[in-house]
Design a protein around this ligand. Structure first.
Ligand SMILES: Nc1ncnc2c1ncn2[C@@H]1O[C@H](COP(=O)(O)OP(=O)(O)OP(=O)(O)O)[C@@H](O)[C@H]1O
Ligand SMILES: [Mg+2]
Length: 418
């Protein structure tokens, strides 16, 4: 039985939703609708309830419905030992509130202790094809979902790099590279903070990438059915030996710290010329390879897509391993990108004892859904349980009129109240 799932969501003034309340099924939920009706907005709202912010908006004001002065998203989450209500609201005067059970104010970062989601969108292709910063962000978000301490480490590190860069720029303007003793005195304490915080981050990321490598390879095999081996590797900005890469012990932090220290010494002059910090986790990367070939360079579109799906599934399984609960999976428009085998394999892979919300513009997608899936239509910011969920779409398996009469237990409870 699903252990953590969203029973209901209430939206006010959120994107194209004026006022809407949707009750989900604990298993698979399919949302069908034409373009620009609110499919992505609905998944985005669930994401906001779990992360406290959107993955695609640059500011909260973007989420507020045009003409409204605020947005509010509230979800009822079923979980052990007791259900909770999570609420995120924002008004255009800049006030943002995150609340637990209607009254208790909590920090946005605390939401993920109650609800985790993993989102799949066509834009995820950037994970393979985009810049290293996309991959670092992915990894940092993933680890932060299971470790608040890591989140703090990342925030601290980002401040250290900003400060250190400011100092390097200042040194460049004052031409301190001719007086390296003065520059070193000034940078010393920032170097030590960078090394201490940076080595912890890199070590943790390497550990997580090692588990993504294993989980990703399994997921990739199950989605594609092809025994091409996916591997995920961490590429630190300092060279580490294979032994050091593979190790997950405490000693790793010390090794990395030593490498950072040595590299900073080597780069001192160059950094003073360029005015930026050139080594540290903010310069690290991840690579994906299929049978030893880099997926970004050599992979086909389909291989790149399946790599991304495998890595995302690995992320979901990683979160389950750490929190004990499978996150809610949000699949925005990803089925249409895959061939039939991969679609079916993917659905087989994601549908288990966890909740999944899937969107599609293709009514034919309904035919792919396992029995018991709840189907909804979305039209102009209104969500209705789809009567057509009683029907097949292609009609090919369902008799002449295309009508498939389900068993009474076929469609599980799912309703919309407004
Ligand atoms: N702040 C806002 N206020 C009002 N409407 C908005 C706001 N932000 C977005 N919208 C509108 O919401 C509508 C639905 O957007 P959404 O991205 O959810 O569409 P979709 O159903 O996922 O479509 P597609 O199939 O093209 O991906 C769009 O027409 C968009 O212009
Ligand atoms: Mg969309």
């Amino acid at each position: 039985m699903t252990s953590v799932w969203v029973r209901n969501i209430q939206l006010s003034g959120f994107r194209n939703y004026s006022k809407e309340s949707v009750t989900f099924d604990p298993g698979l939920n399919l949302f069908l609708g034409h373009n620009a009706q609110g499919k992505t907005n609905l998944l985005e709202a669930v994401y906001v309830a779990s992360a406290g912010r959107s993955y695609r908006a640059s500011s909260d004001s973007e989420l507020v419905q045009k003409g409204s002065s605020y947005y509010r998203v509230a979800v009822d989450v079923q979980r052990k030992p007791a259900p909770v209500t999570l609420e995120v609201s924002y008004s255009t005067d800049g006030r943002k509130l995150v609340r637990l059970n209607g009254t208790e104010r909590i920090r946005a970062a605390e939401l993920s202790s109650f609800l985790n989601v993993v989102l799949f969108t066509p834009d995820d292709l950037a994970l393979v094809k985009g810049s290293p910063s996309v991959r670092r962000k992915f990894l940092d978000l993933e680890i932060s979902q299971v470790s608040p301490a890591y989140r703090q480490l990342i925030n601290l590190y980002s401040k250290i790099v900003t400060q250190r860069n400011a100092l390097l720029k200042q040194a460049r303007e004052r031409n301190w590279r001719s007086d390296s003793a003065a520059a070193s005195r000034l940078l010393e304490s920032w170097d030590e903070q960078l090394i201490e915080t940076g080595s912890k981050i890199t070590a943790r990321r390497m550990q997580v990438v090692a588990s993504l490598d294993e989980l990703g390879r399994e997921a990739h095999y199950r989605i594609t059915g092809v025994p091409g081996a996916l591997s995920v590797r961490y590429l630190p900005s300092v060279p580490l030996s294979a032994d050091e890469q593979g190790s997950t012990s405490e000693a790793t932090v010390d090794w990395i710290a030593e490498r950072y220290r040595a590299r900073l010494r080597q780069l001192r002059k160059v950094e003073l010329i360029r005015g930026v910090t050139m080594v540290g986790p903010h310069r690290d990367d991840i690579s994906f390879q299929l049978d030893g070939a880099d997926v970004a360079t050599y992979g086909s579109q389909g291989q790149q897509r399946s790599t991304v799906l495998a890595v995302k599934l690995a992320e979901a399984n990683f979160i389950r391993a750490h929190t004990g609960d499978m996150p809610v999976l949000l699949l925005d428009d990803v089925l249409s990108e895959l061939d039939e085998t991969r679609r079916t394999n993917l659905l087989g892979e994601i549908v288990g004892d966890n909740q999944v919300l899937v969107t599609s513009v293709e009514p034919g997608c309904r035919d792919l859904m396992p029995r018991g899936a709840a189907v909804f239509s979305i039209v102009a910011g209104e969500v209705t349980p789809d009567d057509a969920s009683h029907r097949g779409c292609s009609g090919k398996e369902h008799g002449q009129d295309g009508i498939h009469r389900p068993d009474p237990g076929d469609i599980r409870h799912a309703s919309v109240e407004r």
